[in-house]
Ligand binder design. Structure first.
Ligand SMILES: [Zn+2]
Length: 403
């Protein structure tokens, strides 16, 4: 690190770009290039700029705003569709301000048109509350997902609103890509992320700000014929619906002001929150009755792991200090279960401290990542230093949950 500069590594960023609920490892495929960025700016530039730059595949032009400008001329650029571009100086072809124009996110129509152009024929886009769903899976499926996600979003907001958190209306319309089948989803995910993401049931990308998933109800007889048909098929596939809900929760948390993209958001916190909401509530017409209920799937994983004697005494510390346990396929399942357990305990028993901590994380600057020791100190500042007591209380609470 040099004085006043934040050195960041594109590889490091890519590790933080894909979030999903599966227990497979996250791996990074990016270049080992380092660029140096000037110290963080509090507010992104509000002027509209047009940049021409080189990507792996082609030269492209985007309209948007500069979030970070490096001393060497590299930039982090936010497009009007909310996608983030990390542009190294050697790839930047041209940068110009668009005279007197202010940055404005795309309208639903503009965002939809862009996605249709990207995906090609057969895709249609519809707006549902804060979301724009672009799909080739048909209107019935889009309507069903649009209703589910809109209901989730209002319950999510309602849940945090009473804690005086800095929640905000999403600045951007939230893009959702719904593919008609697994193969199309996998092709997209492979190009956008990596092979293990392509093997999942869906993901939220910090980079594109999109959730991507596929029609999990499509079978040999084709797409569902009506909303009732979608409902019937979904009820048989609840763990996959949970993945969809989980990814949508990440998107709401990032766009509702609880996390900041490219900031030091601990994985245990982000994943714990997504798992706190992920249990689907398909019966309710307006609310989301399962929020705050024990997540049976995670409880079971935690209990089995606990019984197996593999849980280390300093487990909570290693969960919090960095993201390693989430990134290794062998340890990820237990790490997710423990992150849910900790989140459940903190919200149920120490909600006030949890809320103050959430607020602190929400306000973190981008591109400043803490070391493991700093992560521990940060946690202790909000929850105290008695790790043994914390562990004990959490485990006691979990043992009371009926399985
Ligand atoms: Zn996740």
């Amino acid at each position: 690190m040099m004085n006043g500069d934040v050195l960041f590594n594109v590889t490091d960023l890519s590790r933080r770009e894909f979030l999903r609920g599966s227990a497979t490892a996250l791996c990074s495929t990016s270049l080992l290039t380092q660029i140096s960025a000037q110290d963080n700016i509090a507010q992104p530039a509000q002027a509209l700029e047009r940049v021409k730059f080189q990507t792996d595949k082609n030269e492209r032009t985007e309209e948007g705003r500069v979030l970070i400008e490096a001393q060497d001329g590299g930039i982090i650029f936010e497009g009007r569709d909310s996608r983030l571009w990390t542009i190294l100086p050697e790839n930047l072809v041209e940068r110009q301000s668009v005279d007197g124009m202010k940055f404005v996110p795309y309208s639903a129509r503009q965002l939809g048109d862009r996605m249709k152009l990207e995906f090609g024929t057969g895709y249609a886009c519809w707006e549902y509350g804060p979301l724009v769903i672009c799909t080739n899976a048909g209107k019935n499926y889009a309507d069903w997902c649009g209703e589910l996600f809109s209901r989730l979003q209002s319950s999510f907001e309602k849940f945090w609103r009473r804690d005086n958190l800095p929640l905000k209306e999403p600045e951007f319309l939230l893009p959702v890509c719904l593919f008609a089948n697994r193969r199309q989803f996998a092709e997209y995910a492979l190009a956008d992320a990596d092979a293990s993401t392509a093997a999942s049931y869906g993901y939220y990308s910090v980079k594109t700000n999109r959730t991507a998933m596929f029609d999990i109800t499509a079978d040999e007889s084709g797409a569902a014929r009506s909303i009732a048909d979608v409902n019937r098929r979904m009820a048989k596939s609840l763990s996959n619906v949970a993945t969809m809900v989980h990814e949508a929760t990440h998107q709401f948390a990032f766009n509702g002001g609880l996390h900041q993209r490219y900031a030091d958001n601990p994985l245990w916190l982000m994943e714990g929150m997504a798992m706190f909401f992920e249990v689907p509530d398909l019966k309710n017409k307006s609310g989301w009755a399962s929020v705050g209920q024990p997540n049976k799937m995670r409880v079971a994983v935690f209990a089995d792991w606990f019984k197996s004697g593999q849980r280390a005494e300093n487990s909570l510390k290693t969960l919090i200090q960095d993201d390693t346990r989430f990134l290794d396929a062998d340890t990820a399942g237990a790490a997710y279960a423990e992150a849910w357990s900790l989140t459940y305990y903190l919200i149920k028993r120490r909600r006030e401290e949890y809320t103050v901590y959430l607020k602190h994380v929400a306000e973190k600057p981008i591109l400043k990542y803490l070391t493991p020791a700093e992560r521990i100190l940060e946690f202790e500042k909000f929850f105290g230093e008695d790790w043994a007591q914390l562990d004990d209380e959490m485990v006691t609470l979990l043992k009371r949950i009926r399985r």
